[in-house]
Design a protein around this ligand. Structure first.
Ligand code: IDP
Ligand code: MG
Length: 140
């Protein structure tokens, strides 16, 4: 059965450009409940570990530098079939390929600086959420 939680980050360029509030609004309007939320920042080491699966990709160094370049907003979201439905709401990785009205279409600068992260599986949603939030920071 598909899980009801996913994990997201509003990425550095979207926080820096003042779009975090608008993006959170779009997330909630899209049917998700925010059950954990914080403004925080990844070290280079943490960003490297978070994106470890991509370490053989040519853009890995750029991705790690970018994700550690400024504050991010981390959140755990609750919704029906959360992982898959959130990825629909955010749209394709490359905003030029993202559907009209999706968060990446509206707010992303580029394929690299694409405004938001969305977990790709229930297992990773749980790992990523636990990386940022203690149990007492997660609200039902
Ligand atoms: P996703 O975020 O849609 O799941 P992934 O393939 O998991 O996409 O890639 C992780 C992140 O790495 C993307 O969100 C984006 O920030 C960055 N990225 C992916 N592909 C490229 C690329 O071709 N050039 C630069 N950055 C990329
Ligand atoms: Mg991914």
């Amino acid at each position: 059965m598909a899980g009801n939680r996913t994990f997201t980050m509003i990425k550095p360029e979207a926080v820096a450009s003042g779009n975090a509030g608008r993006i959170l609004d779009a997330i909630m309007a899209g049917g998700f409940k925010v059950v954990a939320l914080k403004l925080t920042r990844l070290s280079r080491e943490e960003a490297g570990a978070f994106y470890e699966v991509h370490k053989e990709r040519p853009f890995y160094g750029e991705l790690v530098d970018y994700m550690a370049s400024g504050p991010i907003m981390a959140a755990i979201l609750e919704g029906n079939d959360a992982v898959a439905s959130f990825r629909v709401l955010i749209g394709a990785t490359d905003p030029t390929q993202a559907a009209e009205g999706t968060i990446r279409k509206r707010f992303a600068e580029s394929k690299a600086k694409n405004a938001v992260h969305g977990s790709d599986s229930d297992e990773n949603a749980a790992i990523e959420g636990a990386f940022f939030f203690s149990v007492r920071e997660q609200h039902a």
